[in-house]
Design a protein around this ligand. Sequence first.
Ligand code: HEC
Length: 204
Amino acid sequence: MNSWNQAFRAATMITVSLIGLSGCGSGSTSSAVSTTTVTATTSSTVQVPDNIPDTPTGVSAVGGTNKITLSWNAVTGAASYSIYWSAVPGVATTTGTRIDSTGTFLIQRGLPPLDTRYYIVTSRNKSGESGVSAQVFAGTAALDGAAPYNTFCAVCHGSLITSTVTSGRVTAIKTAIQNINLMNDLTLTDAQITAISAALMDNN
Ligand code: HEC
């Protein structure tokens, strides 16, 4: 027997066995078979893994001059975080003002002195939003640098929140007042410069 013959015989056997299989299937109730197949396909498509990230922990709020700094631990699998704040305790996702962040901290700047805020944090990814963290709160200091900044600096450097001043240190402000012609006319007390500096620091 040559190899062509062998191949032909093998093909014939396969054809026969396929016919045998389909014959077997058509012998049973076809509607029952097709129903089973559709159900299996549908249920495997619906199975989406639950990937909602964990609730953030380690949330901390620290008050400063005209600002509050909030930070928390990174959550594995989180794409971003939502911070909800309120002036009254018991803040919830439905009542708080929401701010989103991709990093693990948030600085709220330009706040009035002696301003207390309450915060909760959630984590998010495309599967959804986690549960809410424990609530934390902090208050801004009594010192007010925002008011003198708005009076003396905002006209040229913009609002405190987006100030173009790159070095908010007391010495840098004093040097600028001495050396930059447009600032020479400024007459500020040390207390005002200290307060402005405190409000500007971390603004870099
Ligand atoms: C009339 C406009 C004007 C006012 C008002 C003004 N500045 Fe400036 N300031 C400038 C200019 C112009 C420069 C130099 C260019 C630059 O760095 O923006 C400058 C530079 C600076 C610098 C050095 C560079 C830097 O960004 O760190 C500091 C610090 C600074 N200003 C702080 C202040 C503070 C604080 C106040 C308010 C007390 C103030 N300035 C008010 C115009 C002004």
